[in-house]
Design a binder for this molecule. Structure first.
Ligand code: ZN
Length: 215
């Protein structure tokens, strides 16, 4: 655990060359990334300007629930700037209890009145089932690789059976998953009927959003 703790002295002394231990490797990777992030942040903060006076409630009174996929940038594809909207993200953009927790806070305390559920084409959540994920985790905790559409674990343990207690909410029918999540949110007892909930699919090949509607 201690190897995950970031300290400036460690960052300064590490290089991008990989040390021999796995924990050392983690530190080297993290430090290089942290340097880039902190450098970008210094530039951002240097021209922060009026954003220091933004109010907490989103100015445009809407929220987006979408996937964590790195190819999706809601600020860009939906034209958001700081202070405009809430963006809630998880694997698949699924309407989990925790996503609904955030949405309820978003309207009840912070005034949003319209929500968009946005899933996307070629989502990683379409590439496995809960059984596959649990098998991989039982085999080892190391990263698995995808080859010819199948996930493969390098094995060698230690793995864990804890995955069996998690609903991974994988996606087998992508448009249907949008409909299912929109319906779950609309029907949720903590969500008032006058909140507009829209379903969309984002195409990672074109950047376009298209509406997904149920029956
Ligand atoms: Zn995704």
């Amino acid at each position: 655990m201690e190897d995950w703790v970031f300290t400036p002295s460690r960052a300064a002394s590490t290089t991008i060359e990989f040390p021999s231990t796995i924990h050392g490797e983690r530190i080297a990777i993290m430090s290089a990334i942290l340097d880039e992030i902190l450098s970008a942040n210094r530039s951002y903060a240097a021209q922060f300007g009026d954003r220091s006076r933004l109010p907490m409630p989103p100015a445009r009174r809407f929220a987006i629930l979408t996937c964590m996929d790195a190819r999706l940038d809601p600020a860009k594809f939906a034209g958001l700037k700081e202070g405009d909207a809430h963006v809630i993200r998880n694997a698949g953009g699924r309407a989990t209890d925790d996503a609904i927790r955030s949405l309820v806070i978003s309207y009840k305390l912070l005034g949003t009145r319209e929500w968009l559920v946005i899933h996307h084409t070629h989502c990683g959540m379409e590439t496995f089932t809960s059984d596959v994920m649990n098998d991989l985790l039982r085999s080892s905790l190391k990263p698995a690789t995808l080859a010819n559409g199948k996930w493969k674990d390098e094995g060698g343990g230690p793995g864990s059976r804890e995955g069996e207690y998690i609903n991974w909410l994988t996606i087998s029918d992508n448009p249907q998953s949008v409909i299912t999540d929109v319906e779950r949110i609309r029907r949720h007892p903590l969500v008032p009927k006058d909140i507009a909930v829209h379903g969309f699919m984002y195409d990672v090949r074109t950047g376009k959003l298209s509406a997904v509607r149920g029956e």
